[in-house]
Design a protein around this ligand. Structure first.
Ligand code: BGC
Length: 479
């Protein structure tokens, strides 16, 4: 699962980027239609100049965020100053909240590696995701209680790491104030609150006392830690799933925001929260009518701009919005939509991956299946157009991720870096891994790096983070 790049010392300019990212022309039986379709799609194409501009914008936003100036990048200090070094040992509980399932995990860590684990999933209903926050946390506490009783560990106090995959403001390793819900969550009374405190309160309401929350972390941080336990060169954690985010190891002295007393930390993990990149308008130069439409249909309008270009929650919806426009213009499906296609979010991101698989294989059967399931009537040109739309939006998403990741690779003062990645989009999109490798390398030709699939960073990473937190606590007590 590891792809390695060789060093290459060529300088990169807009022209050479253009040559590499060029897409072959679309061929339809109808030339006029082909031109019209390409015109509509031109707004989602990036070129070398735009890529350079995004790169410079991201660099500026990083610097501003790190120095506590106005920025769309939160650049959150996670207070994790070191990565697993192989000395982590013990039994830990991990919680993972971020998607439609809440997971509780009991794991053993030996010599810095998770050796065995028990995982239980608890489904989070729409009512809990969108209703009262208090009820959501009561549910989490009840699930933990169910788990520790089922696996007979309720009579011990087990250190627990809480992976909370949302933007939070941290004042220490074990506090996390929710900045805003993202993805499919919008429960009330949680934003601006410390979610560790909310969880502790819910546990106390049940009069339970079997856990000790030692740290809270983001899933990108968990992925970085899990990656580091597998490959000590890991310095970046990337999530490309329903949501998207990245974190990396920054020099501690570069980070202005530091609320706890420092203990000589040299580095610290920074949670970028890049989903919000552009929320202040700095990325408006790539915003198309399709992006505006996806934003209008979303649960969190006007925020998480970058996430809406790249993540699994939105990629399928973007494709749907573009297809609807092409239908309206009479360029697709003979101008006739279907009741399914007009429903927001009916075009899932997994369809994009399937259709891209057809493009890779030069086939059409997945594309036909998707279009049949959506109740559409199509001809050969329609199939090619749908494949083109999926291709261009996938390419745009990958290029955006590659530009920002390349900025991080360049920033980290090491010649050889492993990037730990997790998330459904990364795992299931047939071209993404290869493209990412290729475009990051294009943008940082002088560095050696590799992408490493760090599966279940949000689970295992929470255990590893707890182990690191306990080690740090012990060190600080002995000082
Ligand atoms: C959240 C991040 C998270 C990412 C991946 C985003 O919506 O804001 O905190 O890391 O999704 O789960």
């Amino acid at each position: 699962m590891v792809e390695t790049s060789q060093r290459n010392d060529n300088e990169v300019n807009a022209g050479s980027i253009d040559k590499v990212i060029k897409t072959p022309p679309l061929h339809l039986s109808d030339q006029w239609k082909c031109k019209q379709v390409e015109d509509v799609l031109s707004v989602v194409k990036l070129n070398g100049e735009i890529i350079k501009r995004i790169q410079a914008t991201f660099e500026n936003e990083i610097e501003a965020g790190l120095s506590d100036k106005k920025s769309s990048l939160q650049m959150e200090n996670t207070y994790i100053p070191e990565l697993p070094d192989g000395s982590e040992e013990g039994q830990f509980l991990a919680l993972d909240l971020g998607g439609t399932n809440f997971r509780v995990i009991l794991m053993h860590i030996k010599k810095g590696l998770v050796t065995d684990e028990i995982v239980k999933h608890y489904h989070i209903s729409d009512e809990l995701r969108l209703g009262s926050g208090l009820k959501l946390f009561d549910f989490l506490a009840a699930s933990i209680s169910d788990f520790v009783h089922e696996y007979q560990v309720h009579e011990r106090v087990i250190p627990l790491g809480f992976t909370f995959s949302f933007p939070m403001h941290q004042t220490s390793l074990d506090s996390g104030i929710l900045v805003t819900w993202t993805k499919s969550f919008k429960s009330t009374g949680v934003e601006k609150q410390d979610v560790v405190k909310m969880l502790k309160d819910a546990i106390h309401r049940r009069e339970d006392n079997h856990v000790e929350i030692v740290c809270i972390l983001n899933d990108s941080t968990g992925t970085l830690l899990q990656g580091a336990s597998l490959d000590h060169r890991t310095a970046i954690g990337l999530i490309l799933g329903t949501g998207s985010n990245a974190c990396y190891l920054e020099k501690a002295d570069k980070v202005k925001h530091w609320e706890t007393e420092r203990h000589g930390e040299k580095n610290v993990v920074i949670d970028i929260e890049w989903g919000a990149f552009g929320d202040n308008g700095v990325l408006d130069f790539i915003r198309s009518e399709f992006d505006r439409c996806v934003d209008d249909n979303s649960l969190i309008q006007g925020s998480f701009t970058f996430e809406k270009y790249i993540s699994g929650k939105y990629l399928g919806e973007l494709v749907r919005v573009v297809l609807c426009r092409l239908v309206r213009d009479g360029l697709l499906f003979n101008g006739v939509s279907s009741p399914e296609l007009v429903i927001p979010n009916s075009f899932r991101t997994s369809f994009v991956s399937l259709i891209e698989q057809d493009s890779v294989d030069g086939l059409t059967h997945y594309t036909e299946k998707v279009l049949d399931d959506l109740g559409l009537t199509y001809n050969d040109d329609d199939i090619l157009i749908v494949q083109r739309v999926c291709h261009l939006l996938s390419l745009r998403a990958t290029l955006l991720v590659a530009v920002c990741t390349a900025v991080l690779v360049r920033r980290i003062d090491r010649d050889d870096i492993t990037i730990a990645v997790d998330g459904s989009l990364y795992k299931y999109h047939p071209r993404l891994k290869h493209w990412l490798q290729k475009y990051i390398q294009l943008l940082v030709p002088d560095k050696t790096f590799r992408l490493l699939l760090a599966e279940d960073g949000s689970g295992k990473g929470a255990g590893l983070a707890s182990a690191v937190a306990l080690k740090l606590g012990a060190l600080q007590e002995n000082k």
